[in-house]
Design a protein around this ligand. Structure first.
Ligand code: FRU
Length: 456
């Protein structure tokens, strides 16, 4: 599909909406060999507006088939972010004669006055058509302006459903037998909210470690003007079936991504690994990006894990489902031409610099040092569509490395989106770039060996 505007910035394997606006991934569920992705969508314009749930599905997380809109706004308001429950045991009773219902839980957001409450809708045809529940809302607003983004999961400890949502500056946790009637069982984060930001799109899931199971809580945090960018903070701790508590992770906030364009991400439901997708544009300038007829994309699918470092456990993210593409890779050297606009790189070595450049002398630079990784997009392409996009906070992304020694890094590049996974995915950066013409050359400096593969 072509793109209005300067040139076609549409990524080839990252999810983008067929046209117009998209933001958060919603309702992600794996069913019958298909990855279903719903997403915040304004079907009429490439800017944020009345929110619907768009719908697409994929067998490989690289090629997406678009389906009709799953949820439209109604008398309770716009359909804000939420999640899906694969209700195998028909606890909700929505399935008739052996049907397995899938139940979407989302925030109903009334635009006038910003009132937010939680609603459900169900599908008995595998997630294509939804019926809204007549008893909505299932959780009314407790007097908070920000009260949204329910993420449902099966609670093995209590043998019931649980759900976490963002409640202003913390998360609330609820439990339910039937997805319709909910009681609040816990709260987390009021004391831990060191950055003092509004929370959005929380998620809570277990990961195995050599010390047994640990739980990870994700919380997207809005930017604080002039101080920090929008990002996803995470906490590691225990979930006792009712509430979440951190252990000894210390006071320093932990962030999922050291780039600028990965927000509102959560994990798929009904899969035995934690597979993550995030919205691949910062909310700070997403309404202004120069992509023409569409706006918004999703990150590559990533498998999340916990790795023990000198500082304790840390969350790592690695691209998921790319083995078959990596299998056909070639060495590249300094000055080589790139193999198109959609490729992956495997990088090994101690330190050095990788630059992608085009005939307009625009360049995107990734620098690897013993202690740091730095990505500079200040001269990578179009910048002036937003004041924030290349200001001091958003030009150069930098991370302190958690592992010392040889770097093992993977880079994905797809037309206008860069993802860097270094040190087993402990340092991950995601960022949009809008080069006026495609990058055509790669330069490799320092002590690095690089292999390239097609990402399509
Ligand atoms: C995060 C968010 C959510 C909300 C949705 C509205 O990007 O603000 O908190 O549900 O987007 O589109």
């Amino acid at each position: 599909m072509s793109t209005r505007g300067v040139r076609n910035f549409r990524p080839k394997v990252h999810f983008t909406p067929p046209r117009n606006w998209s933001n958060d991934p919603n309702g992600m569920v794996y069913m019958d060999g298909l990855w279903h992705l719903y997403y915040q969508h304004h079907p009429e314009q490439p800017v944020w507006g009345p929110m619907h749930w768009g719908h697409a599905a994929s067998r490989d997380l690289l090629h997406w088939e678009h389906h009709s809109i799953a949820l439209h706004p109604d008398e309770l308001g716009y359909i804000f972010s939420g999640s899906m429950a694969y209700d195998k045991e028909n606890t909700s009773g929505f399935g008739k004669a052996g049907e397995i219902p899938v139940v979407a839980m989302y925030t109903s957001h009334r635009p006038e006055g910003g009132h937010e409450c939680q609603s459900i809708a169900y599908s008995v045809d595998g997630g294509y058509h939804f019926e809204k529940y007549y008893g909505n809302p299932v959780i009314d607003n407790p007097g908070l302006e920000d009260f949204r983004d329910p993420k449902v999961f099966w609670n093995k400890k209590r043998n019931c459903w649980s759900m976490i949502l963002a409640a202003k500056d913390c998360a609330y946790i609820y439990a339910s037998e039937d997805l319709k009637s909910w009681e609040r069982t816990g709260e987390f984060g009021r004391e831990e909210n060191l950055v003092n930001s509004t929370w959005e799109c929380t998620d809570l899931f277990p990961l195995q470690t050599e010390e047994g199971e640990k739980w990870v809580l994700l919380a997207s945090m809005m930017a604080i003007p002039g101080r920090c960018c929008a990002n996803i903070q995470y906490f590691i701790g225990e979930f006792d079936g009712d509430t979440f508590r951190t252990g000894t992770q210390g006071k320093e906030p932990l962030w999922l991504d050291f780039g600028f364009d990965n927000y509102a991400g959560v994990t798929f439901h009904n899969y035995d690994k934690s597979i993550y997708l995030g919205w691949g544009v910062s909310p700070e300038y997403a309404n202004l990006v120069p992509t023409g007829e569409f706006a918004g994309l999703m990150t590559a699918a990533r498998e999340l894990s916990l790795i023990k470092t000198e500082k304790g456990h840390r969350l790592a993210a690695k691209p998921f489902g790319l083995d078959h593409l990596r299998a056909v890779s070639y060495p590249v050297a300094d000055g080589d031409s790139l193999i198109g606009e959609c490729f992956g790189l495997k990088v090994l070595g101690r330190s050095g610099k990788i630059t992608f450049s085009n005939e307009k002398k625009q360049e995107l630079v990734i620098e690897i040092e013993e202690e740091n990784i730095r990505i500079d997009r200040s001269r990578a392409g179009a910048c002036d569509f937003s004041e924030k996009y290349c200001d001091k906070l958003h030009s150069v992304a930098e991370a302190k490395r958690l592992l010392s020694g040889e770097i093992d890094m993977e880079i994905l590049f797809d037309v206008s989106y860069l993802e860097v996974f270094a040190d087993k995915g402990l340092e991950t950066a995601s960022m949009t770039v809008y080069p006026d013409v495609p990058y055509e050359k790669i330069s490799v400096q320092g002590d690095l060996t690089v292999q390239i593969y097609q990402l399509q």
